[in-house]
Ligand binder design. Structure first.
Ligand code: FNR
Length: 387
């Protein structure tokens, strides 16, 4: 086993161990992949200010997200079909996150159901909702999440329809996967994955199959989402959801200051500045570029979180220094899960925490609360000087 010191090390092992169809589902963005690439590349355009001769003894990465204590302000983002990156993937990720002391967000499109995760992981988790046309189904989902003790609802607003990801169509991505020749050939070298999947009964969308009317066999994610996801979703409906849920609500997929102001008006507890990891509107700006104007518009009145492009603790620190009070990782932990299961998610979190702590120290800061824009060199016009 190679020595693992970076998220990229996990990504390389992940690529070897997970069938191409599911690897490609994670590793691509929509259309040309411009936003997917720039999410990461734009982090590299920001520099740290090195400070010296500062007492940096007794540091901590602990903080809070929506009032909840976290070991570091890095949550696991909702990732659909996690149970096909590794058998029982959602349960393993939830356990690793809980043990580490960071929130886990379960996707609506998970393989393990809400009840299953609640039963097999002792840690409370957040639930992510895709708003669907079947309002009775949505109400039941909310009730199921409440019954499972989920302390927060993350409502994703940037996927009323799916951004086209070419590789999924070319690979014939389906749940469960069809046993065609390319997958069978893949399994010859990825036997560990295959054995895991043979050993579990969790191979369907656990929150949907048997719960949504008329959906007994859901193989085509594209076909189903195009029929079921609510294209009429608007702020009035978000307000109704807010009332129906009653608890903490986080709105995910905000990239524009005007939408951030709307999120504030509907009474959200936090927003996630996100372009869905470059999987939806290709050609949209990176999340880290979008953060500045959104902080200016609402940062003093609502908690602002960020995801998309985070691959290191340094990226986390840059987002925090620019005003975010929380961040999420999607691919970074998925690599860990596909590479090494539950232990891989823990490794991903440990790598990120170590990088965050060390970088904070070399910038002369001891705690997350002390981190501000003065630890960065941000290029002029970074947040846009658009016409
Ligand atoms: C996602 N994302 C996502 N978001 C969501 O709200 N519900 C979901 O079911 C999914 N599914 C999903 C699958 C995969 C494979 C990926 C990579 C992403 C988006 C996710 O929550 C998050 O916004 C991004 O992953 C953040 O970008 P990074 O960290 O992957 O660069």
């Amino acid at each position: 086993m190679p020595v693992i010191t970076t998220i990229d090390d996990l990504r390389r092992i992940y690529k070897r161990r997970v069938p191409k169809m599911f690897h490609d589902y994670v590793e691509t963005g929509s259309w040309t992949g411009q936003t997917f690439r720039e999410n990461c590349a734009d982090f590299e355009k920001i520099y740290f200010r090195q400070r010296v001769a500062v007492d940096i003894d007794g540091r901590s990465t602990a903080s809070k997200m929506i009032g909840q204590d976290v070991a570091m302000p890095v949550a696991l983002a909702p990732v659909g079909m996690t149970g096909f990156q590794c058998a029982d993937g959602e349960i393993k990720a939830a356990r690793a996150a809980g043990r580490f002391g960071v929130p886990y967000t379960l996707s609506s499109m998970s393989i393990c159901s809400i009840e299953d995760v609640a039963e097999h992981s002792p840690y409370p988790f957040w639930f992510q909702l895709y708003v669907m046309m079947d309002t009775e189904f949505v109400s039941r989902l909310l009730q199921r999440a409440k019954d499972a003790g989920c302390p927060a609802l993350v409502v994703t607003l940037d996927l009323q329809l799916m951004g086209q990801r070419h590789m999924d169509l070319k690979n014939g991505l389906s749940v469960p996967p069809k046993l065609r020749l390319p997958l069978l050939m893949d399994l010859a070298t990825r036997w560990r994955w295959g054995l895991g999947m043979l050993g579990t009964k969790r191979r369907f969308y656990g929150n949907i199959i048997g719960h949504a009317k008329g959906v007994e066999n859901l193989t085509s994610l594209y076909g189903w989402t195009s029929k079921q996801f609510d294209k009429k979703l608007d702020w009035e409906k978000v307000k109704q959801l807010r009332r129906e849920w009653g608890g903490k609500m986080i709105l995910k997929g905000i990239l524009d200051a005007a939408d951030a102001k709307m999120a504030l008006q509907v009474g959200a507890d936090a927003i996630i500045v996100s372009n869905h990891g470059g999987r939806q509107l290709d050609g949209a700006i990176s999340s880290i570029r979008a953060l500045g104007p959104i902080m200016d518009a609402v940062g003093d009145r609502i908690e602002v979180h960020l995801d998309s492009g985070i691959r290191s603790g340094q990226d986390v620190l840059k987002a925090l220094a620019m005003g975010a009070s929380g961040t999420y990782i999607g691919r970074a932990y998925t690599y860990g899960l596909g590479a090494m299961g539950e232990a891989g998610v823990t490794t991903a979190l440990e790598i990120i925490q170590k990088e965050l702590d060390l970088t904070m120290a070399l910038c002369g800061r001891k705690s997350i609360a002390d981190v501000g824009p003065d630890i960065l060199h941000i290029p002029k016009g970074f947040s846009g000087d658009w016409q």
